[in-house]
Each structure stands twice: as C-alpha cells, then as structure tokens.
Design a protein around this ligand. Structure first.
Ligand code: GAL
Length: 835
C-alpha cells in the first residue's frame, strides 16, 4: 500500500489525501545540473553564468570518462600492509582515472512561493569528496568524507518564490585512497520540505525485542524536532504497522508533545505485529511503520520507515544465528564502484550485482571499506541479502598521506553516527564494522579507539553486533583490540584462528576478509602450480584458481576451517566482483589498473572461481563446471589439467570419449594434517572440494564430464568443445524489458562464437556498438584489468571472447535495438522494450 492509500484507510474521508501528503515534499534532484572542472570561486554566486558548463545528470562520476593515464594519482610510497619496505611507483593503484582535483556542480531549486512555517533541507547520499555546499552564494555546509550521507538545513538561505541556486564544490586529493573512489555527485541529492515542527531526519528507530510465533513487539522511537518559534506544545501521535501484504495490522493514537524552540523531544511507542512474518535471507518480508504528528485537525508531519522482524544473536563456541537458525557467513566484500559505470549509484546495476552474488550462494555482503549507498541497502532488504555495513579504512594513523586521518579527530563520530542512523532500521544490516586493517592494530591506543567506536555503535543501535577487520591477529591480541571487539573479525591468516579462539573471550571468530585469490577470466597458465604474487607478461593471473597474494590463500584454505570449526562464523571473501584500482600483484605495471580478486570480473561475467564458490555455497541449485576451455592449438599432446567445480560428490571425465577416470571429493581431508608446504603444493585441501585431473593431455575435440549423485547414479552431464573459426557474435541480455525512466539498464553479454555456438576463448577483437530507438549506449567493459578502452565509448575489445555492453533506457516507452558488430564475423542485434 502506498502512503496515500494508507492515509485514506487510517483517516477515512475526514481529510483530503492530497493535502496530507503535501506535508512533506521530497524531490530527488537528478536533472538539470551543470558541471565544470574549472575551479572558479565565483561559481558559488547566485548570478554566476554557468551556461558554458556541461549539462549532466546526477548521480554523476566525473572521472569515469577518463582518459586513463599513468600519471593520474601516481603514488610513490610503500604499501606497508602488503609487506613493501621501500617506496615505489604505483600507477594504477586508484584506477589511473582523473578523479584528483576540483569539480563544481550547480543547479536551480524550485521552491514554493510561501515557505512560512517550513524547513528546507538538502540531503546528499554521498559526494566525493570534501563537499562545500553553497545556496544563493552562501556556504551552508561542509562534509569531507566522500562516502557518507549528510543533510543540511538550508532554510535561512533560500528565497521563497525567488531564484534559488545550489552550488557544490568537490575536491579529491592526490594519495587519498587505496582504490578508485570515483568523483563528484556520484550518489543522489534530495530536496525535502517539512513543517518546522517535524520528524527529524533519520528520526525513526524501530526495534523488535520480542519475537514469538503469535506476535512480535515492535518498539518505536521518533524524534520530534521543533524549529518553529513556538514553545512547548501538545500533539497527537498516530502510529500504525503495515504488514508485508500492505495491510494495517496495528494502529495506536497517543498524545505526545514537542519541546520548546530548537529542541527535540522523543516519542516512544509500542506496537504489536500479530503472527509476524520474518525477514530472512530465504524470504525477506518487510513491514512498515507509519507515524503522523497532528495538532487538532492539522497534520504536522508524517513518515514511513521500512523495517523487518528478525532476530540475530551470537553464541559462544557456536557463532551466528539468524531467526534461531545457525547461519555461517558465505559473504563477499564489495567495493562501491559499479565497474564501467564508475562510482555512480544505479539500481539496475546493484540489483544485477546482488542477483549474481545470490546465484553464487552468497548470503552476506561487506561494504568494504565504507558506507554503502541507501539504494544498495534497500535492495539488500528487499532481496534478502545480509549486509555488514562498514565505516572506515583508516582511523587516525594514515595508510595513505591524505586519507581519512586528516579528518579523524573532528569527524569520526559524526560520520559513524550518520551511518548508524541511516541504516539502523534495515533488516539486512546484521553487523557494523568500524574499521579495516587500521594501523592502530600496532598502537598502544588501538583497543581504546576501537572501544570508543564500538560504544558509539551500541549507543545509537544496541541491537547489532560490532566487528572490526583486523589483519594482524597477534598484535591485536597483544594490544587488547581483539578482546574489546564484540565480534573479533580477522582478515586472512586462517591458520591463526585457533590461537585467537583459545585466548580471546568471545568464543567465535569471523573471517571478516578472506581468500584474495587472483585470477583473470578465461586465462590459464601452465604448468598448473600454486603460486604467490605470480606475475606474467600479459598482466593476468591463472584462472585455474591456484594463485594468491603473499598474505592470502586459496578458497579451500578458508572453507576447511569454516566447515570444520563450529565457532568459525564464516567469511567475507575478497572479493565478489572485481573493482577499479588495486591491480595487485601488478603494482607498478601500467596499464594494470583494476583488480584480479573478483569471483566475477569487472564486466559482471563470472570467472571459473564463481563456480567453485557456487558448487560449495549454493545449496539450492546444482553446479557442474569444466575448466579450462578446450581450444589450445599448439598444445596438442601437452599436459593440460582439467578441473571440475561441482556440487556433486563424484564425476567421470572423458576426452573424445576416452575415460580419464572417476574422481571423488575426499571429505576426510582435515585442517591440521594439511597445514604444510607439501600439501599446499599437492593441492591436498583442494581435493576435498574440487575434482582435478592433473595429467590430462590436450587433444582437440570434446571434453565431457558425467557427474554422479550421492546415490552413485549418474546425475548430470556437461560438455565443452574445441572451437572452430570465429563465425558470429552472440548476444544475451539480462532483461528484455526495462523501465522507461532514463536510467534503467539492460546488460548485454557479447560473445564471439563459431558456427556451432562454441565460444572463441582467446579472441580480443574490437566490437562496435549501435543503439537505436528508445534508449542509448551507456558503457561497456570486458573484465580485462589491463585494458585502456574507455568504458563510455561505443567500441570495446573483447577479453577472452566476451564483454558486457550496457544499454540505458530513455524516458519514452518504446523499443531499443542494440547491435554489436566486428570485423570478419557476422554481427548481432537484439531488441529491448522500455515501459
Ligand atoms: C586487504 C585489504 C583490502 C585489499 C586486500 C587485497 O588487506 O583489507 O582492502 O587491499 O587486502 O588483498
């Protein structure tokens, strides 16, 4: 039920619906912005002429359009976390994109002619970074941290009925980030007008302390803000509870009051949800809490808050429980960037990302290492994905010279509080994370600082546990930081979990960051050997999933612990998707400029590793995946191992009809016996989870795998074939119908295939895109971490035979025709409807 219908239900015909909903005006400021990278201080002025500036739509990332350059934010330093002792050149660390420097945005605000008794607010979901906001020439606020949401009361600066202009100056410093941060108004900006007696921003808090089968008790707390000239007064407070089907299931009327001028008062109430439907990763039921403040006949304000009824708890020696059921985190760390879209918020892109992760079997996302966009958390609420919401990558001691350390003293509490207030009603958020591998791990004040931050979390939200991603278990055991944390979160070093569990009081360990396995989609290196920090002339890593960083490991090194140790709470792998920046281990190896960590590449195309995780994590669907591809001209007769990632326990492999033998996963392989170099080299742990035919020889033809179920009967068959000559392009679109709202996106996978539809696995040819009709070309990406193709140009090289093109809707309903073409092969077209 929408708000208007709700009012109609609650209040019958006593008041018109239109006048009620007019109490709060909300507008997302997307269109009509002007933008420049010239830094003229006069840009703040009301009468400044910005007609020559670029017209842009917000969310907007000024840096994603490139060009890429070795010189963009070239950092000369030692990454001490990665074990570097001497300063060296890091060219692609932050993506090689031009985000450093100043950008200005301007836009006019249309305001009602009468604003008496009203308050006007601007809300920024995130502005990268050091936002200085001006209204009609006057500075109205400053917010340095680019990842946080903040709001500004601009009432004293606006002209009711007159011309109003907002101008925003942003500035990103050199050496301020460890990855691509994006630039500009990359998240939404909103205008909100309320009465001067109103519900404070993020002023509603909902908790569900009692959850029984028959009922749940819903405790609500609403902050009423009086910015009028009136002294204290009485109000009627009407609250209602709306169940997931849209029915009002509980309603209360109470009297409350507002405090004197410039003060807040708090309304507390209790509601009952009969036979509650729980929010769960299996089915994410959502409730709404609606509140109205009335004075006699006058509606002062109204608001609705979406929340969920669900319980979480941590049990010593057992771990994490959701709704009374033990759940291990099958989590991924995700950066905020959306690959070819840069940092901009886009719902279609988020939705696709969450869907792909859910298909992999992921049940939780860590928003590493900063505050997520509100759209992202809302989608996690709606789609049943748990979230670990993070705040900082560094505290007071810097990791990069111009990082958050510059703002720490004045801002950490404000930043943390905004995160907590913004998301504390979201059922998907099950844990707060106060930091990532902060340098305070080695500082005597480390535990004190962690304690302070954790206490702020508990003060603002007593319902969720707090963790901290720590990568130096021995130092944080020593300086007390690990013992202070409600949930000790360890990054990497799973071999120290046991030691930590023995000496720490909590009785459980979270793998807050794990794996950092490296691979490039469709690239295979021979011989197949486990390697640390391996580099190759092509700037890629092997997709046999046997390579990792100096501090990290292979997926199985984590699984074996989370499977066998009851108190190991599960993990958040680094990372679900590739992201821009951090091309480890290619630190100084331009043009490497995006990561190789993802189970899914920057184009959103699964790597082999996606299927490895899927085979272990996704219990709802079967997985049977063969690697590598089988087109190796020149490798005839050479050892070319074949791996099968499967949810089945056993399989038999055939090359051109000849059996290569049956292999069975070996569940008896344990942790301790395999914690040595020999077993690492021999892939012993892998044999518990993957099927590996290590001595197969290449001959062109067909590779077939027959999987057997637990009952020993053949259950599924898969084949891959040697590809012939490149013949045509093939297109697969994720959605054939998208919204005609000017921002919805269809993701088209472009594949180069032979005449029988086999992927040409090593082709890198240039693809041209044409979009006609009711939409436009938006961007493309191939997943090649060393490609300098610009994302927004309507041509892009394939990587391992594939890429993804993004097609954006216009605002008129109709049909979009997308065509991909390339030299020497047949082109392909697809139509997408917009509605
Ligand atoms: C971790 C860090 C991540 C990323 C990762 C790469 O130490 O928390 O942000 O840098 O290493 O392996």
């Amino acid at each position: 039920m929408n708000l208007k219908t709700l009012y109609a239900v609650l209040l019958g015909s006593t008041m018109s619906v239109a006048s009620l909903s007019a109490q709060r005006i909300h507008q997302t400021l997307e269109k009509d912005w002007r933008f420049t990278r010239a830094d003229d201080p006069a840009s703040m002025r009301l009468d400044f002429n910005d007609r020559k500036w670029e017209s842009v739509r917000v969310p907007h990332d000024w840096a994603i359009y490139g060009p890429f350059s070795f010189d963009n934010d070239k950092q000369h330093l030692a990454i001490t976390q990665d074990g570097q002792k001497e300063a060296m050149e890091h060219a692609g660390r932050t993506g090689g994109l031009p985000f450093v420097g100043v950008g200005w945005y301007r836009r006019s605000l249309e305001l009602p002619s009468d604003l008496s008794g009203k308050r006007v607010k601007l809300i920024f979901d995130g502005a990268m970074s050091q936002a200085r906001v001006y209204v009609n020439g006057q500075e109205v606020g400053y917010w340095p941290y680019g990842y946080n949401s903040f709001y500004l009361d601009i009432t004293p600066y606006v002209h009711a009925g007159g011309k109003n202009v907002v101008a925003v100056r942003l500035e990103n410093k050199h050496e301020s980030s460890r990855w691509y941060p994006g630039a500009g108004l990359y998240r939404n900006v909103h205008l909100e007008i309320t009465n001067d007696i109103h519900i404070a921003h993020w002023g509603n808090q909902v908790q569900t302390p009692i959850i029984e089968e028959e009922y749940a008790r819903v405790e609500v707390r609403t902050v009423v803000r009086n910015l009028s000239t009136l002294g204290q007064g009485e109000i009627d407070v009407i609250t209602s509870l709306i169940d997931p089907s849209g029915r009002v299931v509980y309603k209360t009327g109470a009297s409350g009051y507002f405090s004197q001028h410039n003060r807040d008062s708090v309304y507390r109430g209790h509601l009952i949800a009969p036979k509650p439907k729980l929010w769960d990763i299996k089915q994410p039921h959502l409730y709404k809490y609606a509140i109205e403040l009335r004075q006699g006949d006058k509606l002062l304000d109204s608001d609705t808050t979406t929340f969920g009824i669900r319980s979480i708890k941590m049990v010593q020696n057992e771990g994490f429980y959701l709704n009374g059921r033990k759940v291990k985190f099958q989590g991924v760390c995700l950066h905020h960037d959306q690959g070819p879209l840069g940092a901009v918020v886009n719902e279609a892109s988020y939705r696709r990302q969450i869907r792909i992760m859910q298909d992999m079997g992921v049940n939780a996302i860590r928003t590493s290492h900063n505050m997520p966009a509100p759209e992202f958390v809302r989608l996690c609420d709606e789609m049943g994905m748990m979230v670990m919401a993070e705040s900082f990558d560094s505290w007071r001691i810097p990791k990069v010279p111009n990082g958050y350390n510059l703002y720490w003293d004045d801002w950490y509490e404000k930043d943390l509080v905004n995160l907590l207030h913004q998301f504390r009603n979201s059922p998907s958020v099950v844990m707060w994370c106060i930091g990532n591998e902060v340098s305070e791990q080695w500082h005597p004040d480390g535990s004190k600082r962690a304690y302070t931050l954790q206490n702020i979390c508990h003060r603002e939200d007593p319902t969720r546990p707090v963790t901290n991603g720590m990568d130096s278990p021995l130092s944080v055991i020593k300086n007390g930081m690990a013992a202070v944390m409600e949930v000790p979160g360890f990054n990497y070093r799973p071999h120290l979990y046991d030691t930590a569990h023995r000496v720490l009081p909590q009785g459980f360990i979270l793998g807050s960051e794990t794996a950092s396995t490296l691979s490039s989609r469709g690239v295979y290196k021979f011989p197949v050997e486990r390697k640390s920090m391996a580099k190759y002339p092509d700037h890629q890593a092997s997709s046999y999933d046997v390579e990792h960083c100096g501090w990290s490991n292979l997926p199985e090194d984590d699984w074996i612990r989370h499977d066998d140790l009851p108190w190991a709470m599960g993990e958040f792998i680094w990372t679900g998707f590739d992201y821009i920046g951090e091309p480890t281990p290619y630190y100084s190896d331009w043009p490497s400029h995006s990561s190789l960590f993802g189970a899914v590449d920057l184009a959103g195309i699964p790597k082999d590793r996606f299927y490895l995780y899927r085979s272990h994590w996704n219990k709802e669907a079967s997985t049977l995946h063969i690697l590598p591809h089988w087109t190796w001209p020149g490798r005839e007769g050479q050892v070319t191992p074949i791996f099968v990632y499967t949810s089945y326990p056993e399989a038999e492999l055939f090359i051109n009809g000849k059996s290569q033998g049956k292999l069975k996963k070996d569940p008896s392989i344990g942790i301790d016996a395999t914690e040595n170099d020999e077993d690492k080299k021999n892939f012993t742990r892998q044999k518990r989870y993957r099927l590996m035919w290590l001595n197969t020889k290449y001959e062109p033809g067909v590779v077939q795998v027959v999987a057997y179920g637990k009952d020993g009967r053949s259950a599924e068959i898969k084949e891959i074939r040697t590809a012939g000559k490149p013949d045509r392009l093939e297109l697969v679109v994720d959605r054939r119908e998208i919204k005609a709202d000017g921002k919805d996106i269809a993701f088209v996978t472009v594949r180069l295939v032979d005449k029988d539809g086999n992927l040409i696995p090593n082709d890198q040819r240039l693809i041209n895109f044409k979009v006609k009709g009711a939409g436009r070309f938006r961007a493309a990406a191939s997943g090649n971490p060393a490609s300098l193709d610009l994302f927004h140009e309507p041509q892009h090289h394939l990587f391992s035979g594939m890429l993804t093109a993004l097609v954006e809707s216009g605002e008129r309903a109709g049909e979009i025709t997308f065509t991909a073409s390339a030299k020497g092969v047949k082109s392909a077209s697809i139509t997408i409807r917009t509605k």
